[in-house]
Write a protein that binds this ligand. Structure first.
Ligand code: UTP
Length: 473
């Protein structure tokens, strides 16, 4: 095992062994074994190189001279105020679901550090009257869709977890009897993890006496995880043609959304994404656009103020397509590109506060300022590899589809309270649209098992709702 030590020392990681002689024999072996697992996957030399490249990339992006434009009309559609098209898409999407051609991928590998919950984000109770968790809300949407199509085919649900979230997530589903879905329709799979660096991108951090600090490799780690877990083979076995991908932290996500899937089918898009309208020029969100003619997501910081504020002939912001990380992929595209994506995706740096084991004191040190770098891949980095004619973006209503849970209770935005309100407002608006008499200041929780997107509520026409927080199942 001494070669393991040498491999790391050769890459300037000798600090990992400062305490080596103080460790017991068992601990020494444990440390070396843990380091071996990592270096078998990726050599320390390559890790440092990737981190240095990621640091250099962050500098290049700041000085980019690429030409940024909004998507061409042939790629950009809206269902806002466009009921007829929406119905047409829905019909196509429901047909595909009925035939068993649609699978769902959920990204639930993040650590939710800003939210600060000890459990995975999907287990979080946003304070609905029913106290349902995000996972339950999403499972019920799948159940309801299956009911709507009445098909013999279940919708396969692939849930991406990571080392920190896997065990608790799987146990949570088990403890809750898979929320009445079939166990066999749910597949858990892990994304990879990567060690964390100091701010210079040179030294790896120990998280304990015997382990490095490791964190999930970003939502772009999805593609490698798909390969390593043979998802494509599974899609082919099940005759899946369309994949709906979404994030665990959006309580309004229309899981397996037939409208979105039908949109992609109608225009034969191989990759599609949903967008909501940017609130105003200053909102700090990623924008779906083109860079030198290729589809992409651009960080707000990369767009000049003049371009951010530019208005089109309809009076709306030219660059208004805010990314909500909700994508469609054809399985055909995965067949063509998945390996290529895995081989060519770059890493980005995220500067974070990283608690670490200090061999000098033998204690965990908790920094109050960012002290290190985590490497992440971004799911949208593959967009430019798709021909613009195969790429579609569907603009949807924010209040119907997007209320992310990012921050802890009581923070300024994107917190449990805003998620709860968005969910309750939407259900209440469906009830009102169905002719129910919901009194002012009353909010009603409409369960996903009752209605997927506002249907099936005519039974409440004329009914008075004057008690806040009523639950309709
Ligand atoms: P975020 O990038 O907001 O990260 O994830 P997060 O883990 O939820 O929260 P912070 O940044 O630590 O506070 C957006 C979505 O991408 C998933 C998350 O689970 C969430 O659904 N994700 C993120 C992964 O699946 N893996 C990752 O490595 C990162």
């Amino acid at each position: 095992m001494t070669y393991i030590k040498e491999t790391y020392v050769d890459s300037n990681q000798q600090h990992l062994f400062e305490h080596f002689d103080d460790l017991t024999d068992v601990e020494q072996t444990e440390l070396l074994n843990n380091l071996k697992v990592i270096s078998d996957r990726i050599s320390p030399h390559k890790l440092v190189e990737d981190c240095q490249n990621a640091i250099a990339l962050s500098e290049t992006n700041k000085h980019s001279t690429s030409v940024i434009s909004s998507l061409p009309e042939s790629s950009y559609y809206s269902i806002i105020g466009n009921k007829k098209e929406e119905e047409e898409y829905r019909k196509l999407g429901l047909e595909a679901i009925s035939k068993g051609e649609v699978a769902v991928i959920l990204m639930a590998g993040g650590q939710g550090t800003r939210l600060g919950s000890s459990q995975p984000k999907g287990c979080y109770d946003i304070g609905l009257p029913s106290h349902k968790s995000l996972f339950q809300i999403q499972a019920e949407k799948i159940l309801r869709l299956q009911q709507l199509t009445g098909s013999k085919h279940d919708i396969p649900w692939y849930i991406m977890t990571s080392k920190p979230t896997r065990q608790t997530t799987e146990q949570y589903f088990k403890d809750n009897s898979y929320f009445n879905l079939k166990k066999s329709q749910i597949t858990f799979f892990n994304q990879g993890t990567l060690p964390a660096f100091d701010l210079n991108g040179e030294k790896l951090y120990l998280g304990s006496k015997t382990e490095l600090v490791e964190s999930p490799d970003g939502n772009g780690g999805l593609y490698r995880a798909m390969v390593e877990n043979n998802l494509l083979e599974d899609f082919h076995k099940k005759n899946i043609k369309h994949v709906y991908m979404y994030c665990v932290d959006n309580v309004l996500s229309k899981v397996a959304d037939p409208v979105f899937i039908g949109f992609a089918i109608k225009y034969n898009f191989k990759l599609a994404t949903k967008a909501v309208r940017k609130r105003d020029a200053a909102e700090s969100v990623g924008i779906i656009a083109t860079k030198d003619g290729k589809p992409c997501v651009i960080e707000y910081s990369e767009i000049s103020q003049e371009l951010s504020e530019a208005i089109d002939e309809t009076g709306l912001l030219k660059l208004r397509a805010a990314n909500i990380v909700n994508h469609y992929y054809s399985v055909e595209l995965f067949d063509q590109q998945l390996t290529n994506w895995c081989d060519n995706m770059v890493y980005h740096i995220a500067k974070k506060k990283i608690p670490y084991f200090d061999p000098k004191t033998g204690k965990i040190s908790k920094p109050t300022e960012p002290n290190g770098i985590k490497l992440e891949q971004f799911i949208f980095d593959v967009f430019p590899s798709v021909n613009i004619k195969d790429f579609g973006c569907l603009e949807v209503e924010r209040s119907h589809e997007f209320a992310p849970l990012k921050n802890a209770s009581g923070s300024a935005n994107d917190n449990p309270e805003t998620s709860r309100t968005a969910y309750m407002n939407l259900g209440t608006s469906w009830l009102k649209d169905s002719g129910a008499d919901v009194k002012d200041n009353v909010l009603v929780e409409v369960s996903g098992t009752l209605s997927y997107s506002g249907e099936n509520l005519q039974q409440y026409r004329g009914q008075i709702f004057d008690i806040n927080d009523t639950i309709l199942e």
